[in-house]
Structures are given as C-alpha cells and as structure tokens.
Design a protein around this ligand. Structure first.
Ligand SMILES: NC(=O)c1ccc[n+]([C@@H]2O[C@H](COP(=O)([O-])OP(=O)(O)OC[C@H]3O[C@@H](n4cnc5c(N)ncnc54)[C@H](OP(=O)(O)O)[C@@H]3O)[C@@H](O)[C@H]2O)c1
Length: 293
C-alpha cells in the first residue's frame, strides 16, 4: 500500500486568502506548448496553484493551459511577478501580464527581486524598492491582485520594508530558494514571526534536479517507495513552506503533487544534511554585484 497521497492542503495567507501548498513552477518552460501542456495536465490532475512570472515569457501559455483545463478560474490560485526593469511602472506591467494570462486578476503579485534595474540592465540606484511595493498596494485596492508579496528579499530588506510607515500591507509571502541544502533558518523564523509565508522555489535544486545526487535523498525514496522528488517536496511541506516544483514532463507533474509524511527521524536527517554537505544556492544572479554575497 502506498503512503503517498495527492496533496489538497491549503494555508491561509495574512491577506485572508487560501493558497494550495504545492504550486506548479513554470520557469524555463519556454519550448513551444510546454507551459500550456504542463498547466493543463497539472490542473486536470488536482493542482490548483500555478506560479509564473513576466520574465518567464510564458504567461500566454499559462493562460492557455488554464483555459484548456476546464477548471473554473475561481478555483485556481495564480501568481505572477513584476520584473526588475518594470519596478517604476508596476501598474502597467501587471496590466500587460493580465492581458497575456487572459485574466482579470491574479491571486498573488510579487516583486521578483529586490533590485530595480534600468532598461539597459544596470542597477537603478535612484529607485527605492519600497516605492515599488507601495505601488503594488494600490493594485490590491484596484482589484488587479488579491494578495501581494515579495521574492528573494533578505531579512534586512524585509525589516526596512516593514518599518516604512507607508507600508500598510504586510507581504503575504517571500518566495525564496528553499530545499534541504538551503533551509535559511534565520530568514524562515523571521518570516514566521511576522506572518509572512515562505514559498520555497527550486525545491529539487533547480535545473536537472541536482539534489537527487545525494544518497540520503535516494535512499529515503527507496525506503518510502517514492520518487526522490516526492521526498524533497514532502520535506518542504512538512517544514511548513509553500513549495513550487517545476516540470514540463506530464508524468512528473502528476507525481509531484503526491506527498507523504516522513518519520521524525527521516525529517531530521534531511533537515541536517546541510551540516555535512554545506549550503548550496543554485539561483544566484549578479546585478551590479552578487545579490546574495
Ligand atoms: N522567485 C524566483 O526568483 C524564482 C527562482 C527560481 C524558481 N522559481 C519558481 O520555482 C519553480 C521551481 O524551481 P526551478 O524551476 O528552479 O527548479 P525545481 O523545481 O527544483 O527543479 C526543476 C527541474 O527538476 C526536474 N524535475 C521535476 N520533477 C521531477 C521528477 N519528479 N523527477 C525528475 N526530475 C524532475 C525538471 O525537469 P523537467 O521540467 O524537464 O521535467 C527540471 O529540470 C520555478 O519553475 C519557478 O516557478 C522562482
């Protein structure tokens, strides 16, 4: 008997809206038809949460997949993100995203990175990311997004944001890289204390799922008669995070929604893998210097 079961778990955000804990990631789903198919397969097999971004270049296909799935819009949680070069013009950027998605609103709109960029790709040092966040607050009032949040913010950037007297809406989430080799305990605790949910991206280690190379991950997969991906996704859910596995392979998309409960001992073993292997960060861009020094 399998102990895996399709996740239907949701979490309540500080905005009052519920979010399914597992969402389909769509970064690098750019081959023609790939994102539309993945989204359609996901929704028809029980997912109710899709994560995209303007910079992924696939919002039209995500919208197409949503339409083709036949699942009512009201049942689906859709996130998109404001790209760095559009931080001065967030309202226009969201209008463009909504048009591409074929939607009237998104459920969650995120500042993709805390680094405003000029059109030439250099850092826009004269623009404050807090001002971007304040323009997102207006988009909630305008009904274009139900919730707002941030991504790739560190603790200092969040402290500065929350200390701003004009910031009246606490971010619903901070979307960050998260997996057993990048648990970010201090940031995670800070988020929990402030009612901000952690959304873990790259839960398999990103492109090519490099976390499968660790013996602990494969041995737990064998022990639980599960896929390595399911072990890693289950770990993130058990930790209390929202988790965003990406796949454009239909069978993997379906597999990734099924989770299990790891024993306390196995959960602890995965949680302490980092002590032996060291921290591994896989998504680490460089704009005017490394974003994560
Ligand atoms: N906010 C941000 O800055 C940010 C940054 C990175 C990611 N994200 C979000 O988080 C999502 C997930 O992160 P990610 O795309 O970096 O990486 P990921 O989900 O950790 O891993 C994706 C890789 O794992 C493979 N894979 C997925 N399921 C598998 C399975 N069951 N068995 C074997 N291989 C499997 C995928 O292959 P195939 O697709 O070929 O099947 C792909 O190569 C993104 O798509 C995006 O939505 C956000």
């Amino acid at each position: 008997m399998s102990i895996l079961s399709k996740s239907t778990k949701t979490i309540k955000l500080n905005s009052g809206y519920s979010i399914p804990v597992i969402g389909l990631g769509t970064w690098q789903a750019t081959e023609k038809g790939a994102a539309a198919n993945a989204v359609k397969v996901a929704l028809q097999n029980g997912y109710r949460h899709i994560d995209t971004a303007a910079i992924y270049g696939n919002e039209e296909e995500v919208g197409q997949g949503i339409k083709e799935s036949g699942i009512p819009r009201s049942e689906i949680f859709v996130t998109t993100k404001l790209w760095n070069k559009d931080q001065r013009t967030a309202e226009d950027a969201l209008t463009t995203s909504l048009k591409k998605l074929g939607l009237d609103y998104v459920d969650l709109y995120l500042i993709h990175w805390p680094i405003p960029l000029k059109q030439d790709g250099s850092v826009d040092t004269e623009w404050d990311v807090n001002s971007t966040y304040k323009s997102l607050q207006k988009l909630v009032a305008a009904g274009k997004t139900k919730s707002i949040g941030v991504s790739n913010f560190n603790k200092q950037q969040l402290e500065r944001l929350l200390a701003d007297p004009e910031v009246t809406i606490t971010p619903a989430v901070n979307q960050i890289e998260g997996h057993p080799l990048l648990p970010q305990p201090e940031l995670f605790d800070y988020l929990t204390k402030n009612g901000i949910h952690a959304e873990y991206y790259s839960p398999l280690g990103s492109t090519g799922a490099p976390l499968f190379k660790y013996e602990l991950v494969t041995s737990l997969a064998k022990k639980y008669n599960a896929e390595p991906a399911q072990i890693l996704i289950s770990w993130a859910v058990q930790k209390g995070a929202i988790v965003l596995p990406k796949s454009v392979t239909s069978s993997r998309v379906i597999d990734n929604l099924s989770t299990l409960t790891l024993s306390d001992e196995d959960f602890k073993a995965l949680s302490t893998l980092v002590d032996n292997e060291g921290v591994v960060r896989n998504v680490n861009p460089n704009w005017g210097g490394p974003v994560f020094p």
